[in-house]
Design a protein around this ligand. Structure first.
Ligand SMILES: [Zn+2]
Length: 86
């Protein structure tokens, strides 16, 4: 059974009409649909993607960047200007 519900405050990306978007989901297809009753715009999203947030950055999985370190090393390699003049 599919229940189409209006999304309060939703703006259609095509016609910019507010409160014209209806949304429903198909659990068998694991998809969520949206449609605009004003211009006929339709959109679909996978509900399985939303259920698995894998892009959360944490200190564990964020690799420490090596770029700033390399820059510091270059600076450290600059010899003392006073000793190279003569
Ligand atoms: Zn529309």
């Amino acid at each position: 059974m599919t229940v189409k519900r209006f999304i309060a405050g939703a703006v259609c990306p095509r016609c910019s009409e507010m409160d014209k978007i209806r949304a429903w989901r198909d659990d068998d297809a694991e998809k969520q649909y949206r449609e605009c009753i004003s211009c006929g715009y339709t959109d679909e999203q996978s509900t399985t993607v939303q259920a698995q947030p894998t892009e959360i950055p944490t200190r564990v999985n964020t690799p420490h960047s090596s770029a700033p370190q390399a820059e510091e090393m270059v600076i450290n390699f600059i010899p003392n200007p006073g000793s190279t003049k003569h």
